[in-house]
Design a protein around this ligand. Sequence first.
Ligand SMILES: Nc1ncnc2c1ncn2[C@@H]1O[C@H](COP(=O)(O)OP(=O)(O)OP(=O)(O)O)[C@@H](O)[C@H]1O
Ligand SMILES: [Mg+2]
Length: 359
Amino acid sequence: MTRLVLEGLRRTYGPTVAVDRVDLEVAQGELVALLGPSGCGKTTTLRMVAGFVAPTAGRILIGGKDVTSAPPYGRDTGMVFQGYALFPHMTVAENVGFGLEMRRVGRAERDTRIAEALRLVRLDGYGERRITQMSGGQQQRVALARALVVNPGVFLLDEPLSNLDARLRAEVRVEIRALQQRLGLTTLFVTHDQEEALTMADRMVVMDHGRVRQIGPPEELYERPADLFVAGFLGRCNTFRGRVESPGTFRAGAIALPCDGGTPGITSAMVVRPERVAIDRTTGRLPGRIAMVTYLGGLTDWHVQTDAGTVLVTRPTPTDGDALRHLAPGDPVHLDWSPAAGRLLPDENPTDPTTGVSA
Ligand SMILES: Nc1ncnc2c1ncn2[C@@H]1O[C@H](COP(=O)(O)OP(=O)(O)OP(=O)(O)O)[C@@H](O)[C@H]1O
Ligand SMILES: [Mg+2]
């Protein structure tokens, strides 16, 4: 049932290694999100799959067929480009029909399929409009229709929501996911937005400097990141540096903190998600003082100064009568977490003594 296979995919530009030995399998109907910071090789990976960039090494298989050197129109892929890349001088219908024309689909069938694709993205009746007469969100739908109209075996999207405002983005996110599931489309979705990836993907691939750091379902990457890069890239975390004193106890300087198991003596890093930290006025293993309070509506962030560095705590905003309701800078508090919340990771930069919050 594997639809798309990337084997040892690599692309260099002179001395720049844009993509480095990427192995990935996407199952039929699965949505895999490629996530990573700017320049990590997401677009290059997608363009290699679509056939717009030739790999320096490696193979691409679609539906069991090696398409590594096939032209874009011989690959059974539909792509939504970063920034859409619509043709501004053409009408909506001409844009959507472009791939069909390239595939030499006859006029009558083309018109039927264009109308179908426009209906799919809820733009029926807009066919004769010029691209310049469409809003950003509508253009985004035209780009989706243009990719979908060819009934692609593999659907490729490169940051398709980045030009939309936050509200529309959240809406279209749900629409794309529903459409993808309804049509059972095998999809590779590029984004640098972790929330987008967490909410939409069956599995995620976190990339850094052309390489895959970790592949897995969203919960796994968030709860059990393989390294500090993945932990820090997906959501916020508190990072402590030190060593395991005994299984379940991590020593950061003079401070003993709960951790998830561990082998005594090993120097490592420990990460704790801010929502896993308990905060209380009187009890808890790690004493500190409030440095800053940030009200986020339903949630509140407390930055707490401790002997193990500044610790970020995120909890539902306390209601009236709750002892935490009026915590203010300078107030003493106690922090704690269950051992399972203190995840031990290899310390990639053991000479860096910093301990604290990364956002
Ligand atoms: N045509 C090119 N010539 C030279 N270098 C390139 C070319 N295309 C990409 N690169 C380089 O390859 C690396 C990966 O680029 P890529 O566009 O794949 O990143 P990305 O992850 O999509 O980033 P972003 O999130 O900013 O879109 C970057 O260092 C980039 O400068
Ligand atoms: Mg890109």
